[in-house]
Write a protein that binds this ligand. Structure first.
Ligand SMILES: C[S@@+](CC[C@H](N)C(=O)[O-])C[C@H]1O[C@@H](n2cnc3c(N)ncnc32)[C@H](O)[C@@H]1O
Length: 338
């Protein structure tokens, strides 16, 4: 366990000095190492503990630990961060143990819409049809509202602004790639999501968990999530609860015929075994017997390769194309063609 925590510290070292320090603190504290054993099998223990502490602190922002948490207005970088962290954990140890035993890492990143948008536009351009969208592993369903957000694509040819009046503003750098597909908001006529454990952002407590999953020093992501939650409260995403293998067939059958059917998954298949990934592709082949299914995937299945955006058509004329390398939080796209 200690080694896993240290591995985690090495991974995040460049991204968050705060969490790197806290990971070192956990690695050297037997009580904390024992506490994180309460996480559900397969869940990343450090993420869970740090999210649980962040969640507690959001309810108690007067605790000294908040001085180091930018998400709560903190600005401190020196001093006894570790002491304040352990103090908060000790005060809430039973509640934290309960929380990490039931919750999951289900980070829902709306900025991924920056690369989903050109992929949907490509489907739209290929079929000349609007989109019927099914999101697999949609979490709170925030990316289902992709056509309700504003975008700014920065390229060598200049800036493209889409829906700048939206309360959710997403910025993306595209270098000299893909400008043609990032110039319009796709038309989505029907949308559904499915998830093993849907997150309901109209419930304040569930919304707080989503916020707690974001690292405290990523202030922009916090602001973006808060704005997207407000949009979701006005336009609640439909999310069907259950395993993809049980829920997807019914949703595919319910999709309107006069639209191109897109099945999207982003940062989901890393939670599947290789066998289950193959099983999903086979299921989609079967479900595409009557109409093509356009599967848009954004996954990091090999760490050294990063997040890859691809489009696969299931059905009688199957094809697949790797569209782009993308930043996992949507800040840049390196498009491969077109
Ligand atoms: C890391 S979240 C990604 C959420 C969202 N797609 C995004 O990009 O922001 C992965 C989600 O996949 C869901 N998930 C994992 N395995 C699943 C399965 N077999 N069936 C349905 N949902 C699943 C999890 O519950 C979780 O909400």
């Amino acid at each position: 366990m200690r080694q896993r925590v240290l591995d985690w510290e090495a991974i995040i070292h460049d991204d968050s000095e705060l969490y790197a320090r806290l990971a070192r603190c956990v690695a050297n504290d037997q009580f904390l190492l024992d506490l994180i054993q309460a996480t559900r099998p397969g869940q990343p223990e450090m993420n869970m503990l740090l999210a649980a502490v962040h969640y507690m602190l959001m309810a108690e922002p007067g605790h000294p630990l908040a001085d180091w948490y930018q998400s709560l207005g903190g600005k401190r970088t020196d001093g006894d961060l570790e002491g304040a962290f352990v103090d908060l954990v000790m005060q809430h140890r039973d509640a934290i143990a309960k929380l990490i035993a039931v919750r999951l890492v289900q980070t829902n990143e709306v900025a991924r819409c920056t690369f989903l948008l050109p992929a949907y536009n490509l489907v739209n351009k290929t079929t000349d049809l609007p989109i019927a969208l099914i999101e697999v592993g949609t979490s709170a369903g925030l990316t289902q509202n992709i056509d309700r957000y504003g975008y700014c694509y920065d390229s060598t040819a200049g800036r493209v602004e889409l829906a700048p009046e939206s309360a959710v503003h997403l910025e993306c750098s595209i270098g000299d790639h893909v400008p043609a597909l990032a110039t319009a908001i796709p038309e989505i006529v029907w949308r559904r999501g499915l998830d093993l454990n849907p997150v309901n952002v109209t419930d304040a407590d569930e919304a707080r968990w989503l916020q707690a999953l974001i690292w405290p020093d990523q202030v922009k992501r916090h602001e973006r999530l808060a704005a997207a939650i407000k949009v979701a409260q006005l336009h609640p995403p439909t999310v069907v609860g259950g395993d993809v293998f049980n829920t997807l067939p019914e949703l595919v059958r319910a999709a309107p015929a006069e639209a191109a059917l897109v099945v999207q998954h982003s940062w989901v298949l890393n939670q599947f075994s290789e066998q289950d990934r193959e099983r999903l592709y086979t299921l989609l082949d079967d479900l595409a017997a009557d109409r093509p299914v356009y599967r848009v995937g954004a996954e990091m299945l090999r760490k050294e390769r990063g997040t890859v955006l691809d489009l696969t058509v299931h059905g009688s004329s199957p094809w697949t194309a790797e569209l782009a390398d993308v930043h996992h939080h949507g800040t840049w796209i390196k498009w491969h063609s077109g």
